[in-house]
Design a binder for this molecule. Structure first.
Ligand code: NAD
Length: 296
């Protein structure tokens, strides 16, 4: 069984760390929040005094942090991982962050003879609890093969996406597409309704016609056709509009520095910014149908 340092025990990190503990690994945890630390300890996690002392006991370090700024500090700061790790420590960052920072941190790790992977996830808190997350992984193949043992415990689908940063590329490109398809699906339902076609009949037709997509058949933004979709639960997340906006902004930064034209990604970002401005971004991202129907 392995010794693992886990930094960032929030909504996602805590259930992920718990699954590693349940599988029999020894996990040393860090979080700035006392409440999260207490829950981690109650689940069988170990508290260490500081990052350097935990790293000395570990073979692997996993991070699950809010943004690129946090990741840079935790990895590249004086008390951080890179300066305090020995060469055999495997580094896995599962945070969703910008591609540039991800590649910068991974380059610094490599220059210090450390193997590092970016391994962002999709599947949300329920996927983290159930151990069914999808991991999109960028970085060295040997490091990926070593990490897979742990990622398989926390995830149901673990995919190597190629060079460093490619996990982040996959994550933001996928979520940009998801936002665009959710907005398109919502517009179609609103248009059909306003022209006198009820939602369930439209669903029966479009879900087996060329308009079919995941936003319609797995996560339908109108109540009724897909019983598990957040539309049936007052648009409680699920995946909040705020988190979708975070990923859309990352996609637009990446579009700029890679000179990629993403006009629909830009428009989708502006639409989710309206939910942020009017304070409804705590709703599930499928709640955008209400914004488009002028109900928010
Ligand atoms: P969260 O805010 O619940 O958790 C982040 C944790 O990091 C917090 O507990 C915070 O105290 C801790 N933290 C911040 N700075 C720290 C530091 N310097 N040292 C130690 N701990 C520190 O966020 P989350 O929902 O768990 O998301 C984490 C990452 O996962 C984000 O990058 C997010 O975009 C991504 N993500 C979230 C979801 C989701 O549904 N919540 C889904 C997919 C991906």
């Amino acid at each position: 069984m392995a010794n693992i340092t886990f930094i960032g025990l929030g909504n996602m990190g805590l259930p992920m760390a718990k699954n590693l503990i349940k599988a029999g690994h020894t996990v040393y945890g860090f979080d700035l929040s006392e409440e999260q630390m207490n829950q981690f300890i109650a689940a069988g996690g170990n508290k260490e005094e500081n990052i350097p002392s935990a790293l000395k006991k570990s073979d692997t370090a996993i991070t699950m942090l809010p943004s690129g700024k946090h990741v840079k500090t935790i990895y590249m700061g004086d008390d951080g991982i890179i300066k305090n790790a020995d060469n055999n420590l495997l580094l896995i960052d599962s945070s969703t962050i910008d591609v540039e920072t991800s590649r910068e941190v991974e380059k610094d790790a490599n220059e210090n003879n450390l193997k590092m992977l970016d391994a962002p996830v999709s599947g949300g808190v329920t996927g983290a609890e159930a151990g069914t997350l999808t991991f999109m992984v960028g970085g060295d193949t040997d490091a990926f093969n070593k990490a897979k043992e742990f990622l398989d415990i926390m995830g149901g689908n673990v995919i190597h996406a190629g060079q460093a940063g490619n996990g982040q590329v996959a994550k933001i490109a996928n979520n940009m597409l998801l936002a665009i398809s959710m907005i398109g699906t919502s517009e179609a339902f609103n248009l059909a309704k306003n022209l006198g076609l009820d939602a369930s009949t439209f669903f029966d037709i479009a879900s087996t016609a060329s308009g079919q997509c995941w936003s319609m058949t797995s996560y339908c933004p109108v109540p009724g056709p897909v019983p598990t979709s957040p539309a049936n639960n007052d648009y409680k997340p699920g995946f909040s509009a705020a988190l979708m906006l975070k990923d859309l902004r990352l996609s637009q930064e990446a579009s700029s520095f890679s000179n990629s034209r993403t006009p629909l990604g830009e428009k989708a970002t502006a639409i989710y910014e309206e939910m942020e401005k009017n304070g409804t971004d705590n709703l599930d991202f499928s709640g955008v149908i209400k914004l488009l129907n002028e109900e928010l």
